[in-house]
Design a binder for this molecule. Sequence first.
Ligand code: DP6
Length: 330
Amino acid sequence: MQSTAIAHANIALIKYWGKRDKALNLPATGSLSLTLDGLNTTTSVDFDSALEADRILLNSETPDRQAASRISAFLDLVYRYFHSSGDQRPFASVTSGNNFPTAAGLASSASGFAALAVAAAHALNANANPEQLSMLARRGSGSAARSIYGGIVEMAHGQRADGLDCIASQLHKPDYWNLNVLIAVTDAGSKKVSSTDGMQLTMETSPYYQAWVAGAEADLASARQAIAARDFEALASVTEFSTLKMHASALAAQPGVIYWNAATLAAVHCIRELRSDGLPVCFTMDAGPQVKAICTADVADQVSEKLQQAPGVVRIISCSLGDGARLQPS
Ligand code: DP6
């Protein structure tokens, strides 16, 4: 049976950066994110016993071996989860497309593995609940666990060694707070160091890594509280604190992981200026050079216009909060 699912990317305000278990892909810290309506991955999965190998197309192209084997391994995992009998998984045809630049720090692995988890589980006739889908998506990519849900989402650090409590949950629905995320694209090329590799190097070599992990629970508590009070200023403060600490820990790795370019910093300064002029806006950056401005919807046009003028900003992608991953009619 062919199943098709759509999932949105998400942007973490409180970042995930580092793992407590590599094999199970368990994060070293909890994280908190906004699911974005503008960035989608649509994925179809068709298990077909007539196939002699997995047939995978990403954005109409055959992916490199590493990306293809990550997807095949994920399908193995989903199959094993729902078929404890140990029989051989049928090969699958997987077609997936993003409506935004892949692997440029725009969280394509988050929407990608969330859509793949939903489509693959349904194609196997499994009646999976969101907790199971979040747990499975996490095995594909940590941030994907959050894209199962819409709105404002928290990913639990979890206590169990087997990771069964390491799942995301929705804190608030998309309409809880009219926030926009404006993505200032400064370079649409593929990122040089993947988030998986960047966080691994940070864990292994950065003297700041322990401090980064130690502060995460307090940051999560501050963010939860700011969101509960719809206190933008408090949310802005902890959001920038989290992203700058994440990048500081990566910068201090050996060799240092530098995701920013000149335009990244120009956009950051532009956002800081807008905030000091009184606009409710703050920034966050992930494992790439793009800058994401978070603001209340009423000032989004003003922020977008200014950000567009920051030197080196190529374009702005504007998003509001979106829904969780779901099946689509094929
Ligand atoms: C900087 O989820 O891509 O975007 O679990 O190794 O696939 P893996 O990592 P990934 O890391 C995301 C890192 C981040 C911050 C975040 O989204 O929380």
